[in-house]
Design a protein around this ligand. Structure first.
Ligand SMILES: [Zn+2]
Length: 273
């Protein structure tokens, strides 16, 4: 064997190992037991979709659902973001720290527009402090908005796990479920027909997510639906969320351009009434 042949052999082995590694990683983001659908909104016959989240950039998790609801099903999409995300860590820092909330408020409006969201509200609850607020008032506000917008499909976080165990996520999820429950008790005909909870990918969280990942998996249900995640929109979304652009690299050790090609689906637990 010449030196060149040895070198080519080693190089080929490395390429194979890398390809195998990427294939394995890709599998960690799949949920084979979930029903595959083209669009969750379409599968449920929804025409008025409302996402209720805690922070600017939470909507990145459901970009596929929002885009496809508009483009494939002719639905109207709307979103509430309960806080301005002022307590987040800027990655990179692109503004004075005391103005981070203003910047992130603008970023979520910009990304919402890019996703085709028809109307958006960004409330002024304190980032990181949603759990300390008056729960009854929060429920009433969500309820009023569902009513005003005649929403038939609600998207939020599963209250026990919040996708990442973030207390704000769990609180907004709990308030949203409570709002829907109360509306259904008053008048099932005008209340939402379903809630779709965005779930974290189980295998990835279990194997690579540390103690937090295991906690999330233990507290969330198995997904009922899987749909294309429109990774290109999420990659673009991190440009819109410029103050959070480095977050994916820091969390996954990979750039958005790679992670959103591996993590290419969205998984939901759908509760139909
Ligand atoms: Zn969040």
């Amino acid at each position: 064997m010449t030196g060149l042949e040895i070198l080519m052999g080693v190089g080929g082995g490395l390429v194979l190992a890398l390809a195998g590694g990427l294939f394995w990683l890709d599998r960690q983001f799949e949920e084979p037991s979930a029903k595959r659908v083209v669009s969750v909104a379409g599968a449920l016959g929804a025409k008025s979709v409302l996402a209720v989240f805690a922070h600017p950039d939470d909507e990145q998790l459901i970009a596929g659902l929002l885009i496809r609801a508009v483009q494939k099903d002719g639905a109207v999409t709307r979103m509430i973001t309960a806080t301005k995300g002022e307590a987040g860590t800027p990655l990179p820092q692109i503004s004075r720290l005391e103005e981070l909330g203003t910047i992130r408020h603008a970023e979520v409006l910009k990304n919402g527009y890019a996703l085709g969201i028809h109307e958006q509200l960004v409330w002024d609850y304190p980032d990181g402090g949603l759990v300390d607020q008056d729960f009854e008032i929060l429920v009433a506000r969500v309820q009023d908005q569902i009513k005003a917008w005649h929403a038939d499909l609600i998207i939020s976080f599963w209250p026990a796990s919040g996708f990442s165990d973030h207390q704000d996520h769990k609180t907004i999820g709990a308030a949203t479920v409570e709002a829907v429950k109360r509306m259904r008790a008053i008048d099932p005909d005008t209340a939402p027909k379903a809630i779709a909870y965005i779930l974290a990918p189980c295998a990835m969280m279990q194997r690579l997510g540390g103690a937090l990942g295991k906690r999330v998996v233990a507290n969330q249900p198995a997904p009922t639906h899987a749909m294309p995640g429109e990774g290109w929109a999420k990659i673009r979304g991190w440009d819109n969320h410029a103050s959070q652009k480095g977050y994916v690299q820091k969390t996954y050790g990979m750039p958005p351009s790679l992670i959103h090609r591996l993590y290419d689906k969205e998984h939901y637990y759908v509760e139909e009434f």
